[in-house]
Design a protein around this ligand. Structure first.
Ligand SMILES: Cc1cc2nc3c(=O)[nH]c(=O)nc-3n(C[C@H](O)[C@H](O)[C@H](O)COP(=O)(O)O)c2cc1C
Length: 157
């Protein structure tokens, strides 16, 4: 099965998880880059607001051809309970090319958030697997159990 991981990150927590998934699955990997700068306090506040308002943003041109892959594993940080604008843009403009999908997030809070239902609704796809990890667990390198369950589901897809 040809698998591609695509992820967005603001402060590289999601990158750590994306690379760990790539290592375990052998999937190819590409980062989704937002042309808008979300750094600093202004970026934090603006990011929360933009996510809440379901804004789209300009993303850089993708290198990968999504339609070539059997499975897309899409990762992102949770912003205001939902997806960042770059991911909303990516899903909106590429959903027709996606055969199967899996989602992973990193987030400050410990509870599952509405992002997963938002992603299902926006993509129109039922994911083969879902994973959320807290920022703290990623930084402490303590996310192996959840990651392994996720990879089992990916491999069975
Ligand atoms: C604009 C913004 C909004 C956020 N909103 C939430 C939230 O609603 N719930 C939550 O648990 N964490 C929230 N967080 C925390 C991030 O999801 C978390 O720190 C994540 O691991 C950051 O990933 P990154 O380093 O890949 O950007 C928010 C962070 C930012 C910057």
């Amino acid at each position: 099965m040809k698998t591609l991981i695509m992820y967005f990150t603001r402060t590289n927590t999601t990158k750590i998880l994306a690379e760990a998934i790539a290592k375990k699955t052998g999937a190819e990997i590409e980062v989704i880059k937002d042309k808008r700068n979300w750094s600093g306090v202004i970026g934090f506040i603006g990011g929360g607001r933009a996510a809440m308002k379901k804004e789209l943003s300009d993303i850089e041109e993708l290198q990968s051809r999504i339609e070539k892959y059997d499975l897309l594993i899409l990762g992102m940080p949770v912003w205001a309970g939902t997806m960042p604008p770059a991911i909303r843009t990516f899903v909106t403009s590429n959903k027709e090319k996606i055969k199967k999908i899996a989602f992973f997030t990193t987030q400050g809070g410990a509870q599952k958030q509405r992002i997963f239902s938002d992603l299902k609704e926006l993509s129109g796809l039922e994911p083969v697997a879902e994973l959320f990890c807290t920022t703290k667990s990623i930084r402490a390198n303590n996310y192996e159990a959840g990651l392994n369950d996720f990879v089992v589901k990916i491999n069975a897809a």
